[in-house]
Design a protein around this ligand. Sequence first.
Ligand code: UDP
Ligand code: MG
Length: 316
Amino acid sequence: MDISVVVPLYNEVESLPELTSWIAKVMAANSFTYEIILVDDGSNDGSWEMIHKLSEGNRFIKGIRFRRNYGKSAALNTGFGKAEGNVVITMDADLQDSPDEIPELYRRITEEKYDLISGWKAKRHDPLSKTIPTKLFNGVTRRMSGIHNLHDFNCGLKAYRKAVIKNIEVYGEMHRYIPVLAKWAGFTKIGEQVVEHFPRKYGTTKFGLSRFINGFLDLLSIFFVGKFAKRPMHFFGSLGVLSFLVGFIAIIWIISDKLYNIAHHQVYRDATEQPLFYISLVAIIVGFQLFLTGFVSELVSRNGTDRNKYQVDEVI
Ligand code: UDP
Ligand code: MG
């Protein structure tokens, strides 16, 4: 099979007929073999009944239904598990992304050998309250992830080589960072394609302002997990030792300074009269805590089932 189109959807009943027939038209025009995997993320507006009806008219349409709403990441991850196409395309169900982009995305994955092509909504049709924080957001993500050539990490329209989606796990709200997850998994040929973006035709957006706070926290976790999950002691331990040493040296200095002044009959200050003394105490305690945290994290990560799961590319 050439292409799997994975569509996460939550209460998008009005859009579905148009979306699926548009995808089917594009596929037929390019004579691709394909499947459309509609993942119903616990909709309660009759989306599932609609999927049922559509799948009767087109045998390439497959549906998965969650019993409740788990979120876009969960829907994508489940769709990825089922996908069989050599190239996997994800798109939103709300008709903001255009299926007409599919042939070019497919070509770049198969011919130019990209692992991942991310859409870039260069000209967006969203309110300012969304586009400005998004700019900031993409800037920070670019910096932290080292993927300098992407402008728009969270575009719903993306294309992947099959191996990519079979080897990453999208959980929580990590759908915003799939390129970063892919990079951590060793898929580094990541490209971008300017795509058309339409205003939402039916229904309303499913994410509020909380997306920015959650998104930022997720960025921190993803960075930490990607870098230190398998060796937490290197993170906590080094910070802890540093903090401990700074405090310890300062206290030694305070004490020897006092002893020196006493021995030479000079005026001296008690340790407890110096702010530095208290700062040092805090540094020692914090350092010790960090060290212990590192120790406990190390035990936790040793217990993880994927502690020895690596990305093996080829074996001869
Ligand atoms: N979505 C989902 N589960 C959710 C929220 C959203 O599957 O809990 C789907 C939604 O139906 C749409 C896509 O994710 O197909 C993008 O959502 P939306 O268009 O609301 O996001 P926006 O375009 O505002 O970023
Ligand atoms: Mg949308």
